[in-house]
Design a protein around this ligand. Structure first.
Ligand SMILES: Nc1ncnc2c1ncn2[C@@H]1O[C@H](COP(=O)(O)OP(=O)(O)O)[C@@H](O)[C@H]1O
Ligand SMILES: [Mg+2]
Length: 378
């Protein structure tokens, strides 16, 4: 048994994965039916883990090659292609000697050094970013190789909205051009920026328009999480009042990560044989905010004062409406409507704030608590 069943870092084995029965069934069904999926939700709701969970289920686990490519840190088509190629290689290396050789041979445009590790016998592939001289061409080679694989392929590009920030202007059209011709490969495009993804997949004029089925990942239901959490407390001869789980769920606004993290801490602080003490919750949350405060401080230090003022104002309101109106501007002593407008645009780009139906808010609940606490005073 692992020391804490509420896993907050790294892979989550299926046994420790809460619910997502319907969602995973849907995803698997759509993919095996040949559909492509756009998977969206706010950050840390569980998209990436859901994809990994689906990859571990049949028929994806054994009858498909499944590739997961996180492109959050990529900034150009070249890096995208490099990351994609490397990930396909390392996934195949763990699964099929035959396919890995085949894949490397298919990438003719690269001068990659291919060999075998003398101690492990595993194939090695020394490729650096600089070797990708012609990303468009290499990308085509990768897609062609997947088309000819001996099993169907699933490719997930996680944090896909990132491609909108590449300097090259034709990326969407380029990718769409490839994807629509592939018969052996299906895709998951997932990401946290509803704003960017909706524009990309739902605007008539954009290349990806109507090319995918959209799946908005919602929070895990309280009843499911309660069953999951009480099960694991009991398995370790500990007890927890379901009302406390409900309280955590409410405070953390049903965000999967923060609920899981709080339960992780509650579990940690409950001795075997005892019942989780409800009174420790405020202290635990203080601790969580404290733990993050260094990175929050740093993040704020990068923001111009004008943006910070607006951020604090929105944090203070919780759900902020009419923020360009005279009343709001006056209440928070903001310089002008146009200053608010430009701050809001910048803050939305980085997802520090979100906008929905006339309301601005800070989606990260812990960050919001932190901002409210320091209240504009640093
Ligand atoms: N089904 C689940 N059961 C338990 N914990 C989960 C589950 N899904 C997500 N988590 C927790 O939430 C965290 C964030 O999930 P992740 O998939 O990375 O979110 P996203 O990709 O939407 O930002 C995970 O690290 C894990 O701690
Ligand atoms: Mg993710």
């Amino acid at each position: 048994m692992i020391s804490n069943p509420f896993i907050i870092t790294g892979d989550i084995p299926s046994a420790y994965f809460c619910d997502r029965k319907e969602e995973s069934k849907n995803v698997i069904q759509m993919l095996t039916n040949g559909e492509n999926i756009c998977l969206m939700s706010p950050r840390r709701m569980g998209k990436s883990k859901l994809v990994q969970f689906c990859y571990d289920q049949e028929p994806l686990a054994n009858e498909y090659y499944c590739f997961y490519i996180d492109i959050y840190h990529t900034t150009s088509l070249r890096e995208f292609t490099y990351t994609f190629g490397r990930q396909v290689f390392s996934t195949l290396r763990n699964q099929s000697q035959k396919m890995v050789l085949w894949f490397v041979q298919a990438l003719k445009s690269l001068n990659a050094n291919f060999g075998f590790d003398p101690t492990t016998g595993m194939p090695t592939f020394s490729l650096s970013l600089g070797d990708v001289n012609n990303p468009e061409f290499t990308l085509e080679e990768i897609f062609k190789a997947l088309e000819k694989a001996d099993k169907p392929c699933i490719v997930c590009f996680d944090e896909f909205q990132q491609i909108a920030n590449y300097p090259e202007k034709n990326i969407e059209a380029l990718l769409r051009g490839h994807i629509q011709h592939l018969g052996n490969t299906n895709f998951i495009f997932s990401g946290s920026s509803r704003h960017l993804l909706t524009q990309m997949f739902h605007s008539y004029a954009r290349p990806f328009y109507n090319s995918t089925s959209t799946l908005s990942l919602e929070a895990i239901k309280l009843e499911e999480y309660t069953l999951f959490a009480t099960h694991w407390f009991e398995q370790y001869s500990k007890h927890i009042d379901p009302l406390l789980i409900g309280q955590v769920y409410q405070i953390m606004e049903s965000n999967t990560y923060y609920v899981q993290k709080t339960l992780h801490e509650l579990f940690e602080n409950t001795p075997t044989g005892e019942t989780c003490d409800t009174n420790m919750l405020p202290r635990l949350i203080d601790g969580m905010i404290e733990e993050q405060s260094v990175s929050y401080k740093q993040l704020l230090s990068f923001l111009p004062d004008r943006h910070k003022e607006v951020l604090f104002a929105i944090a203070n309101e919780g759900k902020a409406e009419k923020i360009m109106g005279a009343q709001f501007i006056h209440r928070y002593r903001l310089p002008s409507a146009s200053a608010v407008q430009s701050a809001v645009r910048k803050l939305m780009e980085t997802d520090y704030i979100t906008y929905y139906d006339g309301v601005y808010s800070i989606p990260d609940v812990l960050f919001r608590m932190y901002l409210k606490r320091i209240g504009g005073k640093e």
